[in-house]
Write a protein that binds this ligand. Structure first.
Ligand SMILES: Cc1cc2nc3c(=O)[nH]c(=O)nc-3n(C[C@H](O)[C@H](O)[C@H](O)COP(=O)(O)O)c2cc1C
Length: 251
């Protein structure tokens, strides 16, 4: 089905997403937060493992430390709620131990299962939260210091913080960031590499305009410039040994 003119409300909601990095002081009632989390839990889950946990960081001192360690202080300090979305194989280990079974979480496949489950749950949370008028920002920055951050919230082995998320009532407006055109991400029957020669420069022009005119943090860069700067560095190389320590020494 294609929509020519007026998009259904849900699609408009998805298209209005912008990351929010400045929040009003207003708290989110715990019952509202639980409703949103409970709705997000209805994301599909590979083999129904539900391999995730969320840590709600409400203690201001812990929140402040995590802001520092993740190098995302401004948005974390301003947000009433910080959530840590964790891949969690510990609860599965406990469930299976009750059946005298030891689990095989050290496979690359089961690692993917845990990461995908957590990400689907988190994105469902985003949609649910935004539908209620809240704004969010993912904080991948928690992987700058996952060990120290894990200690602050007592994460056991077989769990790790995949990313954090700030949530609150937006206190800023942002222009929606244009995505790649659908033609660039859609391939029918066979992967078409040729089309990028035209589509990437076109998108670069779109992003050059966007970055020049957006409301904060303007820059004279296009998408390929930004990606070149980001992807030419090896980042967060500590993740391999960190994951090994947490019992994710993958086979
Ligand atoms: C897994 C993940 C980690 C992210 N980590 C951070 C972060 O640490 N700090 C931040 O300010 N934004 C972070 N972002 C937000 C992205 O920069 C943002 O989603 C992207 O630029 C697109 O902009 P938009 O969300 O406003 O559409 C993260 C997004 C994702 C999905």
């Amino acid at each position: 089905m294609t929509f020519n003119h007026k998009l259904p409300d849900t699609l408009n909601l998805l298209r209005s997403h912008t990351s929010i990095r400045k929040y009003k002081k207003e708290q989110i009632p715990i019952e509202v937060l639980k409703d949103i989390l409970g709705s997000a839990q209805h994301a599909a889950s590979s083999n129904f493992v539900q391999a995730y946990s969320v840590v709600l960081v409400s203690d201001e001192e812990k929140k402040r430390k995590i802001g520092e360690l993740s190098r995302n202080q401004p948005q974390i300090n301003s947000a009433p709620v910080l959530l840590l979305f964790c891949v969690d194989m510990k609860r599965l280990e406990i469930a299976c131990a009750q059946r005298d079974t030891s689990i095989q979480q050290q496979t690359t496949e089961n690692f993917i299962v845990g990461v995908v489950d957590t990400a689907l749950f988190a994105q469902n949370f985003v949609i649910a939260a935004e539908s209620q008028g809240y704004g969010i920002c993912f904080i991948g920055g928690v992987r700058n210091n996952p060990e120290e951050i894990g200690k602050i919230v007592d994460l056991p082995d077989k769990t790790f913080p995949l990313f954090g998320m700030t949530v609150g009532v937006p206190d800023e407006e942002q222009l929606v960031k244009p995505r790649l055109p659908v033609e660039a991400i859609l391939h029918e029957n066979s992967y078409d590499i040729e089309k990028y020669e035209e589509l990437i420069p076109e998108y670069d022009q779109t992003m050059l305009d966007y970055y020049k005119h957006r409301l904060t943090n303007n820059k004279e860069q296009d998408w390929s410039d930004t990606m070149s700067a980001f992807l030419s560095d090896k980042r967060r190389l500590h993740m391999k040994s960190y994951l090994k320590d947490k019992c994710f020494d993958l086979e």
